[in-house]
Ligand binder design. Structure first.
Ligand code: HEC
Length: 137
């Protein structure tokens, strides 16, 4: 009963679907192995705290500087200091009193470093992509 023609046809259709999804996942730089836990957490934190509101799409700069470039060109200490203390007269809030942000500083830095080094691309971690959202962001 299990080997009915319709069962075989369903399996063939499923294989085609899976092949297509696999192709959609192949395009972005970085697979799940390139997204260790801290990198993934940093990605989620930057989204949760909406840093892109000022730092722009994919954090590549808008009304505020490009964070990937800032981490590529500046020191880790400078990043930590910028986020903790801010530069309020120039529009960067200081987050030192926000424990949730401070707790994710290392993770956010790890994520931006991986971007700066080209280990991963902008957008969601591969396992958080569906064929529909496979394109970065
Ligand atoms: C309300 C707008 C705004 C938000 C929200 C914001 N920033 Fe900024 N940020 C700025 C501005 C403007 C600057 C540039 C300050 C200056 O010119 O000194 C800046 C500067 C920085 C810098 C220093 C960049 C450099 O060139 O060294 C870092 C790092 C940074 N922001 C990280 C973050 C992170 C992480 C978040 C989210 C937790 C965030 N920012 C949220 C506006 C913002």
């Amino acid at each position: 009963m299990n080997r009915s023609p319709s069962h075989i046809a369903r399996r063939a259709a499923l294989a085609v679907l899976l092949g297509w999804a696999g192709a959609a996942h192949a395009a972005p730089v970085g697979d799940d192995a390139d997204w260790p836990g801290d990198v993934r957490r940093g990605w989620a934190a930057l989204r949760a705290f909406d840093c892109a509101r000022c730092h722009g799409r994919d954090h590549r700069g808008w009304s505020a500087p490009d964070l990937v470039a800032a981490v590529r060109d500046g020191s880790r200490e400078r990043f930590m200091h910028s986020v903790r203390e801010g530069e309020i007269t120039r529009g960067m809030p200081g987050y030192r009193s926000q424990d949730a942000v401070v707790a994710e500083l290392d993770a956010m830095y790890a994520y931006l470093r991986a971007r700066a080094e080209g280990v991963i691309a902008a957008g969601r971690p591969p396992s958080a992509r569906t064929p529909e959202t496979g394109a970065p962001r």
